[in-house]
Design a protein around this ligand. Structure first.
Ligand code: PLP
Length: 368
């Protein structure tokens, strides 16, 4: 097989020569971390770019999720989705919180508000939804439930960089939103993450928590953690931000080509984007329905044999992993829609450098 491997994504990198002068500045200043100049600049630039009031940069999104829960003093039970990356539920366990899994909506693949309401108990303190594949959750319905039952809402917005809905950035919904800047995400700083806060007071508390709880040299106000983003990652982020528009456009081009080519393939459904929101095209999920000529895993294997590395995001369900499957809410009968999606989903390669001939190669395998 002479065809070069095609992976599900290819990290976006700016020209190396543009990064060198920034490294030189770091070397000259000898400020490597602890809220240095690049860290401050990237926070300001991201607020502006994303249209959010306050942002705190982190070393990664998982530590940011753990810290967001600490910042709002969440305890007891939190309702979340099983159809996500494991870090969503893990962040709850790291806070001694019990994840309560609720089923998803078959069209958006996001938490189904009706199922959230049914999962509320006297121990419920918060909801942690995920904007899966960057498609916004039903934020209005979720906020209505949160207001009715006096619950906090922390969005795992790891997929939702740059997504806007009818009222601006989707990141402004809920009490806090958490972004990931991991290498595989649409905007990357190699490793990185952030929390969006609605007000300066909350940002300040989060900034203390990510720096061991330090307020100044001698005052520690909380058992904080070390979640700070370094100057290296922050400088890279500033450079990446200059190219993020191109990256989105390139992904959009790939998205459109797939949709056109797969529209009439029997048994393949492309997951629809939300017509009321923008898309960052972070993933290209298809659902391999029972009417298709082979199973999802059959197609996955055919693509593998053709050197195409599609990924089954999100299979298995988080609720099927050993540390969660004993929970009452993890029972298969509680999560039929999530289970069907996990059994049918395949994320096809999408990144700006993917060529039309590579897309045709992938589509040819799917068509058989
Ligand atoms: C990537 C991802 C995370 C974790 O992000 P890191 O920055 O790698 O810690 C959390 N939640 C979801 C939904 C993700 O896709």
């Amino acid at each position: 097989m002479s065809d070069k491997p095609i992976y599900v994504t290819q990290p976006f990198l700016p020209p190396l020569e543009d990064f060198m002068p920034m490294l030189r500045q770091i070397w000259d200043s000898k400020v490597l971390t602890n809220g240095g100049p690049f860290h401050q600049k990237l926070e300001a630039a991201l607020c502006e770019h994303l249209g959010v009031p306050h942002i705190s940069l982190f070393t990664n999104a998982t530590i940011a999720l753990v810290t967001a829960l600490q910042a709002l003093r969440i305890t007891g039970e939190v309702i979340t989705t099983p159809y996500t990356f494991v870090a969503t539920a893990h962040s709850l366990v790291w806070n001694g919180i019990e994840p309560v899994f609720a089923d998803i909506d078959p069209e958006s693949l996001n938490l189904d508000p009706k199922k959230i309401e049914a999962a509320i108990t006297p121990k419920t303190t918060a909801i942690m939804p995920v904007h899966c594949y960057g498609r916004p959750c039903d934020t209005e319905a979720i906020q209505r439930i949160a207001d009715t039952y006096n619950l906090k809402v922390i969005y795992d917005a790891a997929h939702a960089f740059g997504v806007n809905c009818h009222c601006g950035s989707v990141l402004n919904h809920g009490d806090l939103s958490v972004l990931s800047f991991h290498a595989t995400k649409v905007f990357n700083t190699f490793e990185g993450g952030a929390i969006i806060s609605p007000d300066a007071k909350t940002k300040k508390r989060i900034d203390h928590l990510k720096n061991f709880g330090f307020v100044d040299e001698t005052v520690v106000v909380a058992p904080g953690i070390n979640g700070k983003m370094s100057e290296f990652n922050a400088a890279l982020g500033l450079l990446q931000l200059e190219h993020v528009g191109e990256a989105f456009a390139g992904r959009g081009r790939v998205d459109a080509m797939y949709r056109e080519r797969l529209a009439h393939v029997a048994g393949i459904d492309c997951v629809a984007t939300d017509p009321k929101a923008t898309s960052n095209h972070s993933y290209f999920p298809i659902l391999v329905r029972p009417g298709f000529r082979t199973s999802r895993d059959g197609l996955y294997a055919e693509l593998r044999a053709a050197n195409v590395y599609a990924r089954r995001y999100f299979y298995p369900l988080v609720s099927d992993f050993p540390m969660y499957r004993g929970l009452p809410s993890a029972a298969p009968a509680n999560l039929p829609v999530a289970r069907a999606a996990a059994d049918q989903v395949l994320c096809l390669p999408i990144f700006p450098a993917l060529t039309e001939s590579q897309i045709d190669r992938i589509v040819d395998v799917i068509r058989g």
